[in-house]
Design a protein around this ligand. Structure first.
Ligand SMILES: NC(=O)C1=CN([C@@H]2O[C@H](COP(=O)(O)OP(=O)(O)OC[C@H]3O[C@@H](n4cnc5c(N)ncnc54)[C@H](OP(=O)(O)O)[C@@H]3O)[C@@H](O)[C@H]2O)C=CC1
Ligand SMILES: O=C(O)[C@@H]1CCC=N1
Length: 270
């Protein structure tokens, strides 16, 4: 697969490194472009055979799949620049956008109206092949394009096709979700330090506890409430801690975080 990446930053970089780690693509079949040459060089240091395109049009001309990984506010100018590029046949490749909030209608319009587009929402754990992604297909995207998107996103974690109207919620939950969980891990570790654990020990125990709990949900298929009750002994330590979480509104804080991030995603469409 000839893969192009426009926007070699945090998420684009994570996707690319994950794709290489998963052997989805060979470095020699990758084209990279970023306004910041250093961002391209940083990825090339990990994949020396990857080519640095001189501009987005050169990258598109040599790619079967073009991952659009620039910030939402930078997308219109990028795509409208591609439309103006001479002799570039935009319908020959699949455009896979990862931009929060930018709709399929906007993407298709900015690409001249006939391009094959998939809108997706991945997350940065793609870097360690533990990503969570969802995607929706544009009006000109084929079944093969959807399969290709599922292959790219599925190579670095889990991926599923959804209707576009759900992608803002996907962004608010799993797109932004790693940041919520990093905050939880950091706070749990702080609790450990408060109780006398060395920072490094507390951090490793906190991170592994979150990772282990997540794996329990994914592998057992049990509801988190059932798994929580399996930890919570009558009159024991866990219920004492859980009472504090309820008293301090942990659940509602997380629910409101997803809601607010989803609303922000909708705002990004302008
Ligand atoms: N970070 C995350 O966890 C996630 C991000 N996303 C989405 O991914 C996209 C990228 O986000 P993220 O990786 O965090 O952002 P970054 O800023 O880390 O990366 C974007 C890169 O693209 C460059 N860029 C900007 N405009 C252009 C252009 N016209 N042509 C080429 N390169 C350009 C930026 O340069 P410069 O720095 O000069 O602007 C930057 O180097 C966003 O749309 C975001 O919504 C989706 C899921 C998760
Ligand atoms: O914060 C953001 O807008 C991007 C999209 C999802 C995660 N990061």
């Amino acid at each position: 697969m000839k893969l192009g990446l426009i926007g070699c930053g945090k998420m684009g970089g994570a996707l690319l490194k994950g794709a290489l780690k998963a052997s989805l693509v060979k470095a020699k079949d990758i084209s990279l472009y970023d306004k910041v040459p250093a961002a391209v060089k940083a990825l090339q240091s990990e994949a020396p055979a990857a080519k640095a395109a001189k501009d987005p049009a050169e990258l598109v001309a040599s790619s079967q799949v073009v991952v659009l990984a620039v910030k939402p506010q930078d997308m219109p100018a990028l795509l409208q620049g591609l439309v103006k590029a001479p002799k570039l046949k935009l319908e020959k490749c699949l455009f896979l956008s990862i931009a929060a909030g930018i709709t399929l209608k906007q993407l298709e319009s900015w690409l001249g109206g006939q391009a094959r587009v998939i809108r997706s929402m991945p997350n940065t754990p793609a870097l360690v092949l533990a990503g969570a992604a969802a995607f929706a297909r544009g009006q000109h995207a084929t079944d093969e394009d959807a399969e290709l998107a599922a292959k790219v996103l599925g190579a670095v974690g889990v991926a599923q096709e959804v209707s576009e109207k759900l992608l803002d919620a996907v962004t608010g939950l799993s797109g932004s979700g790693p940041a919520y969980v990093y905050t939880v891990i950091e706070a749990l570790a702080d609790g450990g330090v408060l109780m006398g654990l060395p920072r490094a020990t507390a951090l490793q125990l906190a991170a592994q506890t979150v990772a282990g709990a997540a794996q329990m949900v994914l592998e057992t298929g049990k509801h988190p409430g059932v798994l929580r009750d399996e930890v919570t002994s009558p009159g024991g330590t866990t219920i004492a801690g859980l009472e504090q979480l309820e008293a301090n509104g942990l659940r509602n804080a997380l629910i409101q975080a997803v809601r607010k991030a989803t609303e922000r995603s909708k705002e990004l469409a302008g």
